[in-house]
Design a protein around this ligand. Structure first.
Ligand code: SF4
Length: 470
């Protein structure tokens, strides 16, 4: 595992003037935030502008370089950063830059299909546990091997989206035409190989774009990277090949070996983000749902095995939902419980007779309950207790969900002024605190609801009568 920097390791190279230009009160505060990636080194402008700090600046840039180099693709708000990781396993710290999903199109595709696929990527948006999940870019492949056709397909894509693109051709002439069409959009060049690396390196320098390197032979892959790094290129992305079926084991091994070598063995030559191409399952045959299913499985395995960028072919909602859910789970910071603001949420148009529900501020629980109430069109009041983002069962066991906290929440939200009745429905898994809650809230009746919020509608039909609200 790479050595984790401490604030003092950074502080000693900063100007130490506490000038506050960076927005922090002190240089030490800046150093602490820098380690957590809450600020960027360039925010300390004196370091970059004053010549006497030159040496310190160079030292800081070197020591702050993560074992896996971060690489930016695209421009503007939709640009993405891949790589930048410091650990092999998520529990050791966190992963910083989640896997980015690119969907492919090609230059022999009918315009209607190309438009449909680009729009799918551009408009895809899914709300889950407090955040929108998105697709991230388009991979434009040269199938025709014709520079003009490739450039035209790229222009068409750029008209439809501001998302980042990667240009896919092993032919430098075709790539040059593509780069001319996309030169203002910082595309990823895919890819340099043993056969073409000199020409591709020249293009990467000329257009100042990141460059992918492809070889299924890891020794060869590393040799090409060494040659490219000697030319001054560092914004590199590695593709060790993606194979499904019987060869999936080899693919997983290759990805793992590269990431472990980069982080645990500090091998800078493989310290670059990794590309996976689950779309290769379509090279054998396109059997519709079966092939999309295989692609999804390969994609899921490689999200778990350090893929920084992934090229997907299918545009099935179920497939992307599965991949994005997995990505969200793996790339959430394990040091922070996903949570929402505690307090009162209004569902629909509740009145003084509407039911009051209680849950925790663990984001997954909260949004599940909220969504179940909304879908069942239950006008109601939803209270979220501050359990530090911990779910119901664990929060009851750990004391984060207690009768006292519920009583405080009642006061803070003024729920007593919003309803005439004095009944609160608590989650089935919090039944242990029902008696204490009745005592602490002084006059409220606690109804123990279902263990799963999908059962709320049935529960209300059976237990929530007009008499109960009187
Ligand atoms: S701008 Fe630089 S020198 Fe000034 S307080 Fe921030 S870190 Fe220190």
């Amino acid at each position: 595992m790479s050595k984790r920097l401490k604030p003092l390791d950074i502080f000693k190279y900063l100007p130490k003037t506490n000038c506050k230009i960076c927005g922090e009160e002190t240089c030490m505060a800046f150093a602490m935030k820098l380690i957590e990636r809450g600020v960027e080194l360039k925010d300390c402008t004196p370091l970059f502008e004053e010549p006497n700090y030159q040496e310190n600046k160079d030292t800081l840039i070197a020591i702050l370089r993560p074992p896996v180099q971060p690489v930016r693709i695209g421009t503007g708000e939709k640009s993405v950063i891949i790589g930048g990781e410091e650990v092999v396993y998520r529990h050791q710290l966190t992963f910083y830059n989640e896997t980015k999903f690119f969907v492919d199109v090609h230059d022999e595709m009918e315009n209607k299909e190309l438009t449909e696929r680009v729009k799918f990527v551009d408009e895809y948006k899914l709300f889950r546990i407090g955040e929108y999940l998105n697709l991230n870019g388009i991979a434009v492949r040269s199938v025709s091997k014709d520079p003009t056709k490739f450039a035209n397909a790229i222009k068409e894509v750029l008209k439809l989206t501001k998302m980042p693109i990667m240009l896919c051709s092993f032919d430098p002439k075709v790539m040059k035409a593509g780069l001319e069409a996309a030169k203002d959009r910082l595309p990823l060049i895919y890819a340099a190989t043993l056969a073409n690396w000199k020409d591709m390196a020249q293009l990467a320098r000329e257009y100042n774009c990141p460059l992918a390197v492809f070889s299924t032979d890891l020794t060869m892959l590393q040799s090409v990277v060494v040659a490219l790094r000697k030319t001054g290129l560092d914004d590199l992305v590695l593709d060790p090949g993606t194979y499904g079926g019987e060869n999936i084991g080899r693919t997983l091994n290759n990805f793992t070996m590269l990431r472990v070598a980069a982080i645990q063995a500090s091998n800078e030559n493989v310290g670059h983000p990794l590309i996976a191409v689950p779309a290769t399952v379509y090279l054998e045959a396109d059997k519709g749902v079966e092939t999309a299913w295989n692609e999804t499985i390969v994609g899921a395995m490689l999200i778990n095995r350090f893929a920084s960028l992934m090229v997907i072919h299918n545009i099935e909602l179920w497939s992307h939902l599965a991949l994005q859910t997995l990505r969200q789970s793996i790339y959430q910071d394990p040091r922070i419980h996903p949570s929402v603001e505690p307090g009162l949420t209004v569902i629909g148009n509740p009145d003084e007779n509407s039911p009051v529900f209680l849950t925790t501020n663990f984001a997954l629980t909260f949004y599940t309950v909220k969504s179940d109430l909304e879908q069942a069109k239950i006008d109601s009041w939803l209270l979220a207790v501050d359990t530090e983002g911990i779910g119901v069962e664990s929060a009851v066991a750990g004391g984060q969900l207690s009768a006292e906290k519920v009583a405080d929440l009642f006061k803070d939200t003024g729920i007593e002024d919003k309803v005439k009745h004095r009944k609160v429905i608590i989650p089935g898994m919090a039944s242990r605190i029902s008696g204490e809650t009745e005592d602490a809230t002084g006059g409220w009746t606690v109804l123990v609801g279902p263990r799963d919020s999908s059962g709320i509608q049935k529960f209300l039909k059976e237990k929530w009568t007009a008499e109960a609200t009187a």
